[in-house]
Each structure stands twice: as C-alpha cells, then as structure tokens.
Design a binder for this molecule. Structure first.
Ligand code: GRF
Length: 195
C-alpha cells in the first residue's frame, strides 16, 4: 500500500512529526504546507528532507485565491490525501470538495465539545473531568464533519495547560498515524463515518 499525503500545519508540527516518524505513514508524507513561514512544522519537514512549502496568505488576496494556490500545489504533487494538523486557516468549499472523504483533521477535544483554537484551556476552565482527541473528515464547517476516531483523556487534579496539553498530544501522536493508515487502507469510508 502506498499513498501520497500532504500535511497542512501552522504550528509546532508535533503531529506532523508523529506522522513522519510512524513506520507506515512516514513514507507517505511527501509534502508539508504551512501558512506560517517560520513554523516548526516546516522546519521538521525540512529536517527530514520532505518538501516544505510556505504558502503566504499575504500574497494571495482572499480565501478563494489562497485555496486555489493550495489546490494547484497539491494537484501538481499528485496528492491523494490531506492531513490537517493544526492548520489555522479555514478551507473553503472548493478545497473541501476536492478532497472530500480524503481529508482528515485532528482536534484536541471530544467534539462537539470545545471546538475552536483554545480547546485545551477551554476544557480546563470548564472544569470537566475528561477531554480528549477527535479525528474527523473535514467538511465545510470548522471543527466539524463525520467523526472517525475519538479517545478520552482524563483531566487530573492540579493539571495546568501544559500538563494537559502534553497528555492530549501523546494520544494524538498515537491516534493520528493509526487513523490515517485506516483511511489509506480503505478501512474508513466517508459514508460509513458517524456524523
Ligand atoms: C493539535 O493539538 C491538534 O489537535 C490541533 O492543533 C494542535 C497542533 O499541534 N488541531 P502540533 O502543531 O501538531 O504540535
């Protein structure tokens, strides 16, 4: 089984790192794209000699133009699957349609609880006893779409943002490679995923 996977990431890229390190998914990751020039994600990809491209939001006017630039890059590289890993831009309908059923996102909460960019802190502030990790197919809404994998993470007494994030990350880094593998191997299908 082989596949060509692009990882889109804006931040540190620890999930990208997990996907690249995994013995099954690692060889599939052929491209990393970021909207942040000096992101850790691009550095990690370059350190592994994976093509790492900064697509600059400032030079692409609006979301449609940005999405089109992304799409033509992905098409030029024959990308089969997209893994969003902390990509902080909203992708428009044209992009979503092009990769429908072939694009996953990972989110650090048990969706639909705590969507958005501050889920770990939101869970702490809410005082919940458990949060978690969700992986879902990407649809037109933010942090939304058929869920394909979910795992609980306990919130422990005395947790702060750092300790809870570290616990969430360790689950993410195990769950994302497994789930991407299931998608590529045809064990996950859009029509069969829970909405
Ligand atoms: C992860 O927690 C992921 O769930 C969320 O953004 C974070 C990215 O972290 N979407 P990293 O850049 O992979 O370290």
């Amino acid at each position: 089984m082989s596949a060509r996977v692009a990882v889109l990431a804006s931040g540190a890229g620890t999930n990208l790192g997990a996907l690249m390190e995994d013995e099954v998914t690692g060889p599939w990751v052929v491209l990393t794209v970021s909207d942040v020039k000096d992101s850790g994600a691009l550095e990690r990809a370059r350190a592994k000699a994976i093509e790492a491209v900064f697509v600059d939001p400032a030079t692409h006017g609006n979301r449609e133009r940005y999405d089109r630039a992304l799409l033509s890059l992905l098409e030029a590289r024959d990308i089969d699957y997209v893994a969003l890993a902390g990509f902080m831009r909203i992708l428009g309908p044209e992009f979503v349609k092009a990769f429908r059923g072939r694009m996953l996102n990972i989110h650090p909460s048990l969706l639909p609880a705590f969507p958005g960019a501050h889920s770990v802190g939101d869970a702490l502030r809410a005082g919940v006893e458990k949060t978690g990790v969700t992986i879902h197919f990407v649809d037109e809404q933010v942090d939304h779409g058929p869920i394909v994998a979910q795992e609980e993470v306990p919130v422990l007494p005395g947790d702060d943002w750092e300790s809870l994030e570290a616990r969430v990350h360790s689950v993410e880094h195990r769950l994302y490679p497994m789930t991407l593998q299931a998608l590529v191997e045809g064990r996950l299908k859009l029509g069969e995923a829970a909405s």
